[in-house]
Design a protein around this ligand. Structure first.
Ligand SMILES: Nc1ncnc2c1ncn2[C@@H]1O[C@H](COP(=O)(O)OP(=O)(O)OP(=O)(O)O)[C@@H](O)[C@H]1O
Ligand SMILES: [Mg+2]
Length: 502
């Protein structure tokens, strides 16, 4: 029916014309002239004919080598290892594969294909090579994955711009400032003590006291004073008395270092008896060196900083928290090292219990200052990592070189063994540029091959942010790429450029 109507009826153009409209007409394209093919004649398979011309299929001379797969890496070193999964922070370019390098320490632990068993990272490199910048970029880029950052001791206040950018005011610690940190704080383990059953209270007590002993061993050891069973017994007993644990109190009172020193210096009778000394004189004689070392610390390096109950209220839900220590710089490496030892212990306490999903990056920058305090301080750092109950925390240590602690005047085999132990606790090692002399040291302490050593002492020295990343036993040659805002936030050369401008 419609077809018939349309056949007989007027078409749209005529209809519109009646109302004064014109349908546009399709312009007719001019006929295209055919282009000539660029190649008029084909070339024969064996090339153009003629004298001295043409092609012959002659294979290139090959040299044949036979070797075992163990020897292959010598001839073809640093052949890209199997890549890492593209999860976590995008750090920069993996120059061996040409792809993007991603860093995801916790993800690596849970992935059976990646040979790491802990999420801890140690970063080595000579000054100014971009260690801190790499860590700051990592912290920033992991924010999107729910990670928060805790900087345990910012000795140069260089994390402050990053904190402020994220809307957080860092805490400044120094003489004359109000902030106090109590390294003997209970942390979340002390909460609700009166409601704990006996077994749980004993479990928590063991954890808290173990941490305190590690701290005191490090502090007393930094004064070159031995901390043996006698000292350990006296300190342990004094702490149990001070907290009220010995008397079975339902609410424990938090001790401070000056209180501990006073308890040892003017011991109550229970302490003397609890340590099984015949009389007061016997106790005082046996603990003289310990009391003097603690007294020197309480009146010296710890005074006004770590000698009272914690006075700062840390917001653990903020994206970053940092404790600035630059005001201690004029007091020397030892004072800074002692402050770092206290902060490490406090930080560990704060992380003892955390909600599920509370992922954190704990940064310990300038760790070498603590390492230099001696073997005991080194052991305390090692124990802090070992005792850390929270496997989901990414602990990052930054130091110049592995042998830093050996310069404490105690290059004993024990010190070397501890350094090795500490390295074993960090399955991911980031090696920024180093001088030639340190290359050999890396070889012996990290088992780095000569080729990998050359990457660290050659290629990595030639640019900031260049580093050999060892993820388990896999090596990656990575250039960290910083964006413009990150470059601004990580800039640490103010002093140099200000000097140049003057
Ligand atoms: N990947 C990078 N690209 C460009 N610039 C970088 C890169 N990494 C670091 N820098 C710049 O190099 C300077 C020094 O970096 P950084 O402070 O991180 O060094 P460092 O190794 O931590 O030194 P130190 O041992 O003295 O603490 C900074 O100004 C930083 O912005
Ligand atoms: Mg730095």
């Amino acid at each position: 029916m419609t077809r018939r109507m349309s056949r007989r009826g007027r078409d749209v153009a005529v209809l519109l014309d009646d109302f004064g409209h014109r349908l546009p007409t399709v312009p007719t394209a001019p006929a295209a002239t055919r282009e000539r093919a660029p190649f008029t004649s084909g070339v024969p398979r064996r090339g153009p004919r003629g004298r001295g011309r043409g092609r012959a299929a002659t294979p290139a001379p090959l040299s044949v080598w036979r070797m075992t797969s163990e020897q292959t890496p010598v001839a073809w070193p640093l052949i890209p290892t199997p890549g890492l999964p593209p999860t976590g922070a995008q750090m920069g370019i993996d120059l061996l594969s040409g792809g993007t390098f991603y860093c995801d320490p916790v993800g690596w632990v849970t992935d059976d294909d990646v040979p790491v068993t802990n999420p801890n990272v140690v970063v080595f490199g000579k000054p100014g090579r971009g260690k801190s910048a790499t860590v700051k970029a990592f912290a920033l880029r992991m924010l999107g994955y729910g990670y928060r950052t805790l900087v345990l001791g910012d000795t140069k206040d260089e994390y402050e711009p990053l904190c402020r950018e994220l809307g957080v005011e860092p805490f400044a610690i120094g003489h004359g400032l109000p902030a106090r940190i109590n390294p003997l704080a209970f942390g979340p383990l002390g909460h609700g003590w009166d409601r704990l059953d006996a077994a749980e209270a004993r479990r928590r007590e063991a954890i808290i006291f173990a941490r305190w002993l590690v701290l005191l061993r490090g502090l007393v050891g930094s004064q070159s004073v031995p901390f043996g069973p006698v000292e350990e017994n006296a300190v342990g007993e004094a702490l149990r008395l001070l907290t009220g644990y010995r008397s079975g109190a339902t609410r424990l009172s938090e001790p401070t270092l000056p209180q501990l020193w006073r308890a040892l210096d003017e011991p109550p009778d229970e302490l003397v008896a609890g340590c099984r000394y015949a009389d007061l004189r016997h106790f005082l004689d046996a603990t003289r060196v310990l009391r003097d070392a603690l007294g020197a610390l309480v009146k010296g390096s710890l005074a006004g900083l770590f000698d009272d109950h914690t006075s700062i209220d840390v917001d653990w839900r903020a994206p970053i928290q940092s404790l600035s220590l630059s005001r201690l710089e004029p007091l020397g490496d030892q004072a800074v090292g002692i402050a770092l030892t206290c902060l490490n212990s406090w930080g560990q306490a704060m992380r003892e219990i955390a909600d599920p999903g509370d992922l954190r990056i704990v940064v310990r920058d300038e760790t070498w200052r603590q390492m230099r305090l001696g073997v005991e301080a080194m052991k305390s750092l090692d124990a802090n990592l070992r005792l850390s109950r929270r496997d989901a925390d990414v602990q990052i240590l930054l130091a110049h070189k592995p042998s830093d602690m050996l310069t404490a005047g105690d290059a004993t085999s024990q010190a070397v063994a501890i350094a090795r132990d500490l390295l074993h606790l960090c399955d991911t090692r980031v090696l920024h540029g180093q001088d030639q002399a340190v290359g050999d040291e890396l070889g012996s302490m990290l088992g780095l091959s000569p080729v990998a050593q050359r990457v660290v002492t050659g290629w990595a020295v030639a640019g900031k942010g260049r580093a050999l990343w060892l993820v388990g036993d896999r090596a990656f040659k990575v250039q960290t790429v910083l964006t413009e805002p990150e470059l601004r936030l990580t800039y640490t050369n103010e002093a140099l450029t200000a000097g140049g401008a003057a």
